[in-house]
Design a binder for this molecule. Structure first.
Ligand SMILES: Cc1ncc(COP(=O)(O)O)c(C=O)c1O
Length: 380
């Protein structure tokens, strides 16, 4: 699949470390959750500085089990979880899959993250948690979100699926709130093929999440003893083999991606009359997940730019769109177009493409030249 694009969204190269862990699977004739998963969890927790890391079958499942853990903290079916209107669809889907209700809040144009100043007006007596999604690797304003959560006794689920290694005031994204969800899908920095993790520093939450991701059976109990509603959200040892190699190379890949991101921002600086680009504040480290841009005027025509880039071999994705008002799937929740103007604007005018560790300087110049060419044509 990846051969189709000169600039793909992400690439996976499978090396000797993963092969050694695959061999363990072959030697033991055991491919479900086992020693590789355990080692992956331990190494992830050590690398990302959290007390517990619970592996799941995907980032979506990491979100689902985090939401379902809220039932142990007073949530009832149908209660609400606050979530940004614009993010990858798995955020809202996971709230619904866990039997809860997404309560959407608009985002900020400059950060693409939930607008903290709009959270309080969305809180009701059924709100149980805030899902803070670090979109495109840019950390949310966690101080403001933590303060609101504390004042209203809400749990915080950080979705750090796109934010491996991002920091906010020296703290790693995904380890600041009560639970942090990570995804290891191919375009992400640690790759398992499919996989996820819930990170937490809380012993009780860790035990609940472990139970929820394994059918609701508590650790150490009789085999068919189901204490709470649960799922099969377990990672398997083949997936963990890839993830263990990903952790080994994490710093190297992160730094290469980060240099690519900085270089690309430099090369496109003169296009800032046309586009908003991602910014890094002095107190944060943006994770180099991808390269997002939002057009400053609809007349620059996002769909035309998207097609132009793809015609040159640069694989593109939109910036998700406003889930409640630009996607049919959430129509039944009865939101109206216009309820989330910023998300809707970004939904119409944003796109992103890959900024991964295998891109060379030549690739970056090629992307920059292609973007410049497009805007030159528009000017004529
Ligand atoms: C913000 C966000 N949350 C959740 C997910 C779901 O992760 P997965 O694809 O591993 O299920 C993704 C996937 O990219 C994501 O970007």
């Amino acid at each position: 699949m990846k051969d189709k694009w000169r600039i793909s969204f992400g690439d996976l190269v499978i090396g000797d470390i993963a092969k050694t862990y695959f061999q363990r699977v072959f030697d033991k004739n055991w491919a479900s959750e086992g020693d590789n998963v355990k080692e992956f969890e331990e190494k992830f927790a050590a690398k990302f500085g959290c007390k517990h890391a619970i592996a799941t079958s995907s980032g979506t499942d990491a979100d689902i089990v985090s939401c379902a853990a809220l039932y142990d903290y007073g949530a009832n079916r149908g209660d609400e979880v606050i979530v940004p209107a614009l993010s990858f669809v798995a955020t809202a889907n996971s709230i619904l899959a866990a039997g809860l209700t997404p309560k959407f809040v608009d985002i900020e144009l400059e950060t693409l993250n939930i607008d903290p100043s709009k959270i309080e007006e969305a809180i009701t007596d059924r709100t149980r948690a805030i899902m803070a999604v670090h979109t495109m690797g840019k950390p949310c304003e966690m101080d403001a979100i933590m303060e609101i959560a504390k004042a209203h006794d809400l749990k915080i689920i950080e979705d750090a699926c796109e934010a491996h290694g991002a920091t906010y005031k020296s703290k790693l994204a995904g380890t600041i709130g009560d639970m942090g969800a990570f995804s290891f899908y191919t375009a992400h920095q640690i790759v398992c093929g499919e996989g996820g993790i819930v990170a937490t520093n809380d012993d009780k939450i860790a035990a609940v999440v472990r139970s929820v991701k394994s059918h609701g059976r508590p650790a150490g109990s009789l085999y068919f003893d189901f204490q709470r509603i649960g799922f099969n959200s377990k990672m398997n040892d083949l997936e963990a083999a890839l993830g263990l190699e990903g952790i080994h190379y994490f710093d190297e890949h992160f730094n290469k991606r980060k240099n690519n991101l900085y270089k690309m921002l430099e090369l496109t600086e003169d296009l800032s009359d046309y586009c908003y680009f991602i910014k890094e504040e002095p107190y944060e480290k943006v994770s180099p997940h991808a390269f997002p841009l939002v057009l400053k005027d609809e007349k620059y025509n996002r769909d035309r730019l998207y097609k132009y880039l793809e015609s040159k071999g640069i694989q593109c994705k939109t910036l998700f769109g406003s889930l409640p008002t630009q996607h049919n799937a959430f129509k039944f929740l009865d939101y109206r177009y216009g309820d989330f103007p910023v998300s809707e604007y970004v939904g119409k005018n944003g796109l992103h493409f890959g900024m991964h560790q295998y891109l060379s300087d030549d690739d970056l110049y090629f992307i920059s030249d292609t973007l410049h060419e497009y805007f030159r044509k528009i000017k004529k």
